[in-house]
Design a protein around this ligand. Sequence first.
Ligand code: SIN
Length: 515
Amino acid sequence: MKITTDYLILGSGIAGLTVAIKLAEQFPDRKVLVVTKSNEDESNTKYAQGGIAVVIDNVTDDFEKHINDTLLCGDGLCDRNIVEMVVKEGPKRLAELIQWGTQFDKTAEGTFDLGKEGGHSNNRVVHFKDQTGLEIERAILVKAHQGKNIEILDFHFAIDLMMRADVCHGAYVLDEKSNEIITIRSRFTVLATGGIGQVYQQTTNPKVATGDGIAMAIRAKAIIKDMEFIQFHPTALYAPNSVSTFLISEAVRGFGAHLKTKNGHRFMFDYDVRGELASRDIVSRSIETELKKSADNCVYLDCTHLDRIEFQKHFPTIYQNCLLEGFDVAKDWIPVIPTQHYLCGGVVVNRHGQTSIENLLACGECSRTGLHGANRLASNSLLEALVYAHQIFNYLSEMEVNLKETKVDFQDFFYRKGNLLASDFTKIIKEKLQNVMQQNAGIVRNDTDLKNTLKQLLAWKNECRKIEQEHSVTKDFLELKNCIEVSIPIVAYSLKRTQNRGSFFKEGKTINLQF
Ligand code: SIN
C-alpha cells in the first residue's frame, strides 16, 4: 500500500501529538498522519510522574534561576542560548496545554501547587498528582481526535526513513496486524519516537522505548550526539521479582523523604550539601557508591515522618503500588535502586527542530537540542518536548507542502520474503544485550568492558544483517536491531569520552572542575 501525506509524525507522545495538533489546526486542508507502534497512548509521556518545570511563580522564582539550575545540572555542556529559549517559552506553552484541557493540581488558594525536584533551587514543577504524563496524554489525545485532518495509525511500526539523495521523503511502515509494509510519502517527517530505555535490563521506560527513531536516523546518516549521557533515576522501587520497574518520583524527595542505608544513615549529605535534592547524577552515583561499600542490594527511602493523608493525596499511584509490593509508606522504608531513565543525547537538531537531513525534523527524547548537556534537570523533558513541538510548528508553517514539486516517486522497500524468523533468536539476544549494557554501560563504566561490549554489539549487528537477507523479519526483530543500533554509539562515545561530566562517569577519568 502507498499513502501520501503532507506531514508524517512518528510517535504519539507529548512531542509528536503537539506538533500534529498545531499543524492540523493551522492548516485544516492539509493532511497530518501520526504513526505509532503500539496503542496510541503508549509512550514515555504516559509514565511521567513528576511534571513540567516552568517559571510561573514570579515572587520567589525567575527565569534566570531556572536557567542556572539547568546549566549547573548539565555540567557545562548545555547550549546556553537553547536553555534560555526553552525556559522563557515555558509559561506560554504550559498555558496552551491547559487550554487544551490538561489538569494540574492547585493549592487551596487556587494557585498552582508547585513541586520541587532534584537540582531545582525553587518549587517550580506543575503536576497532576503523581500522574502528570497520564493526564497530559489523555488531554492531548482528546484534542488530537477533534482534528478532522489528523489520522492516527496505531500498531504501525516505522521501519526506516524513505531517503533519496540525502533528503527524507517519508517512511516505510509495518502494519503490525496485516504484516504489510506501507510506503508513506510525505513532504515533511517528524521523529518523535522517544527514548532507548529497553537497551538496559532495568529501566523506568515502557517496552516501546527501543530507540527506533534514533536508529532510523543513524541508518539515514543523520548527525547524532551525546549518546554517552544516559540518565539514571536514583529511586526506582527495588522489587526483584517484579516484571517491570516502578518509579518513585523525585517529587517524593522534594516532599521531604530521606534516603538511608539499611542502618539508618542519611548518607546524601556526605556527598552534596543539597542532600537528597542534589541532581540525579550525583544522587545515583552516591547510591551506587554506598551499595558497593555495603554490598547491599538497595538503599531505602524513608517517608515515615511525612503526613500519610497528604502523601496519599499527592502520590496516590506510588502509595498504592508500594502497598501492592508489601510496603506501607507510613510505616515501612521503601527499598530503592538507581535505574536507567532518560537519554540526554540523540538526533542533533537546531533551534527549529531541523535535523542534519533535509525535510526531517525531531523533537522529544529522541532529539538532542543542547538543553540537557551532560545531565537533564528533572521535569525539563516535557517542557523541552512542548517548546520544540512549537518551534517545529513555527518552522513548518513557513514552508510549502506541494509534493508534486519534489518530483519524487514512491520507492519500494527491499524486503526479503523468506521463512519467518524464529522468535527465540530475538528474545535471547535482547536479553543478552540488556544484560551487557546494564553491566558495562551503566552508572560507572570502564574502557576494558566498553571495548568488549562494542565488539559484541558489532558482531550482533552483522548477524542481524545476515538474518535480514534470509528471513521475513518481525517487529520484535526490528526492535532488537534498533536497540543494537543505538547501543553502538552509547558505547563508542563512552570509549571516546576522556572527561567525566554529569551523568557520565568512567573509572580513572577526571571530574569536570571548570564549571
Ligand atoms: C520523576 O518524577 O522523578 C521523573 C521526572 C523526570 O524524569 O523529569
